[in-house]
Ligand binder design. Structure first.
Ligand code: ADP
Length: 295
């Protein structure tokens, strides 16, 4: 059996590699047949945890759905799967066909997370590397994603084994968005994320600075608690596009805690407008404009 999802002669899954067993080849065909149906894979990375990576991933995905796109959201943060909580899906069960897991559908967004498969939210995942890589692979190859315009992948933080496994599995057609906060310590880690993408040949769509100042809940004015401009300067220096700065907005925290996508439920706020601007280059991600976007 080979991958029969397309007739492309240059598909890498059309021929078995020399040192590949039959079952490895079939596995690769299965993965490829899923990935072929996903036009753009966007991996959301961060140098460290707690900078708002999942918040950004959830809102990017929701914003793309609001733009009429077919979107999947894969919560690949195995040790801290927060997407179910952020979308109010904590008690959802994943349905199964003979050989596929069905993603949970919420407002037209297809979601998969390890959080759906754990017995309790208190369960800690204590797995070694190979086990984690296997689960991540299953999330790509055994989930019924169908035809998608975008698969947004909420990566584990850092540049370790798990982000590496995901990037290697998704392969060509994967782009990165890097989330950071306006602090020097965060910027140091972002440089590592940029190098990581460079080494894996993953084009970076840009950097999002989150928690950039505080948006007053009364008047919306943004006060810069930490020095402004750190991420923008670093982006310029590293020759990566700066996508925008999202302030600390109590409504974001509230939306996350209430299981609502902020951009959908607080669509008329200034912060939602900033998020919509950040999504623009992702929407423009079509073949003709790609070099313009990532260069
Ligand atoms: P990470 O994925 O990087 O670990 P999360 O996205 O889980 O971070 O965010 C951590 C917490 O910070 C969440 O409770 C989220 O609601 C909150 N948060 C993230 N960004 C903002 C923001 N801009 N304003 C207010 N709260 C935020």
């Amino acid at each position: 059996m080979n991958c029969d999802s397309c007739k492309s002669s240059d598909c890498t899954a059309s021929v078995r590699k020399e040192n590949e067993t039959e079952s490895e080849f079939q596995d690769r065909c299965r993965l490829q047949s899923k990935l072929c149906r996903i036009r753009h894979k966007i991996i959301v990375l961060s140098g460290k945890g707690g900078v708002g990576k999942s918040t950004v991933a959830v809102n990017l995905a929701a914003a793309l759905v609001l733009e009429g796109k077919k979107v999947g959201l894969l919560d690949a943060d195995i040790h801290g799967p927060s997407v179910p909580t952020m979308l109010g899906l904590e008690h959802q069960q994943v349905l199964q066909t003979d050989d596929e897991l069905l993603p949970v559908d919420t407002d037209g967004l297809k979601v998969m997370s390890l959080g759906f498969l754990l017995q309790s939210q208190n369960d800690a995942v204590i797995w070694r590397g190979p086990m984690k890589a296997t689960v991540l692979k299953q999330f790509l190859q055994d989930v019924q994603w169908g035809d998608l315009d975008y698969l947004i992948i909420d990566s584990p933080p850092g540049t370790g084994d798990e982000p590496l496994s995901i990037c290697q599995m998704t392969g060509p057609g994967t782009y990165a968005v890097i989330v950071t906060t306006p602090q020097k310590v965060a910027a140091v880690d972002v440089r590592k994320s940029i190098t990581f993408c460079g080494q894996l040949h993953i084009p970076i769509l840009g950097i999002v600075e989150n928690m950039s100042g505080f948006a007053c809940p009364k008047c919306g004015e943004v006060t810069h608690i930490l020095p402004a401009g750190i991420s923008m300067e670093m982006a310029e220096e590293m020759r990566v596009r700066f996508l925008g700065a999202i302030p600390i907005d109590p409504k974001i925290a509230l939306a996350c805690d209430n299981g609502q996508a902020f951009i959908r439920h607080f669509a008329s706020t200034g912060t939602a407008m900033i998020m919509r601007d950040i999504v623009q280059p992702i929407l423009e991600l079509d073949a003709d404009r790609i070099n313009e976007i990532v260069n």
